[in-house]
Ligand binder design. Sequence first.
Ligand code: GLN
Length: 494
Amino acid sequence: MSVFDLSLAAARDALRSRSVSATELTRAYLDAAEALNPQLNAYITITPDEALAQAKAADAALAAGTAGALAGIPVAVKDLYCTKGVRTTAGSRILAPFVPPYESTVTAKMLAEGAVFLGKANLDEFAMGSSTGTSAYGPATNPWRRRNETTKLVPGGSSGGSAAAVAARIALGATATDTGGSIRQPASFCGVTGIKPTYGRCSRWGVVAYGSSLDQPGPIGRSVEDCAILLGAMAGHDPKDSTSANLPVPDFAAACRRGVKGLRIGVPREYRVEGMSAEIDAIWRQGLDWLREAGAEVVDVSLPHTRYGLATYYIVAPAEASSNLARYDGVRFGARSEGADLVELYQNTRADGFGAEVKRRIMIGTYVLSAGYYDAYYLRAQKVRALIRKDFTDAFRDVDALLAPTAPTAAFGQDENMEDPVTMYLNDVFTVPVNLAGIPGLSVPAGLDGAGLPLGLQVLGRPFDEETVFAVGAALERAAGFSATPAIRAGEGA
Ligand code: GLN
């Protein structure tokens, strides 16, 4: 057994009992990250000096008995979180020279609990995408391969670097963000676990903004319990984010042990979409059987406005993005392309700094917000969003949680789905309604498809009821006993 076999929870216990030191653990993870990153491109930046200094501090705290919840745990940070003194690119050329003078609230909380940051994880540019294919730093690669194939697959997106790093065991956990599925879909594609908390559970302060009414930080981990431990350290009220909720942070890890006896689980019938593979349908039915066997009651529910989810999301998210990205003008921070006058400087900076997908979204967003089209698109989308939220509110009157597939496909090839943006958007069909409604969603690996690729199921819950979501997720995890491992991972044959 190697240190890479330890879950976050097990590593925490090993660190506390001093059977491994934070420095040893960190060094092992750094070496593995350096060795595998050329194949995976999961990290944009690896920070060995900072990581080893943090590990040393964690060892001192462990020895003194003052260790926090994440003392000595090596994690990856999505390169959307501002990290003081460490370059933060958001996957964009326009932020290539940006070294934040401050730390995001979530990462500051994790550091206060003793976490060790190995580096900054790859992502789609400004978190816009479902594959990391829009990253200005090259795509990340999924550590899984189809059986008897060498085709490189996407890790999902936008938090694909975070999910790939956790799956390949070159991070023990990771931070991620989810605006329309970016925690859950990569977790599903890489055979790991991720939770998008309720909107407002974690502070967005210091996280580069995409769609501010949808964005939510959350963790990706190896197990449901690992995610619970990470979320416990990340969550909490922050006066610097006016949308962060002033609520106590429950003991999420304890909730994982609650079981599901007596819970009512809803099956949204509109999620049986056309074109969904028979394998995903089968794993979904299997998941429901597992929950039944564990003592839950399964009932059908209806979320009638589901079919408008994608259209609504792809109006609201670009609208907010076009406004949020107006700040990248080459004047205050980030990259600058010179011009003859101020307007030309703006134009050149933005033309050179943004990639094609980001430009497309800025144009869509500007269009739907423009005078004359505002009512027809943006205002209409806001109204439909309210109906989508109401669908969930109505469903949760009857059930405690919902179970659905996380994504309509397994991981696809790096060359697939790239020509046509709309095909890529369709991959978000099951995840975006959750962000529009603001509710929590947890993706758990449930099994493999015929090609040997992982498939995830997502558990959705009431606002601020992550505890039930963790309880159901943990029950699924126990029943699934998912133990398959990807082709590329640390601690193998070394
Ligand atoms: N794939 C979705 C998009 O491109 C979601 C991304 C995200 O959650 N950040 O917008």
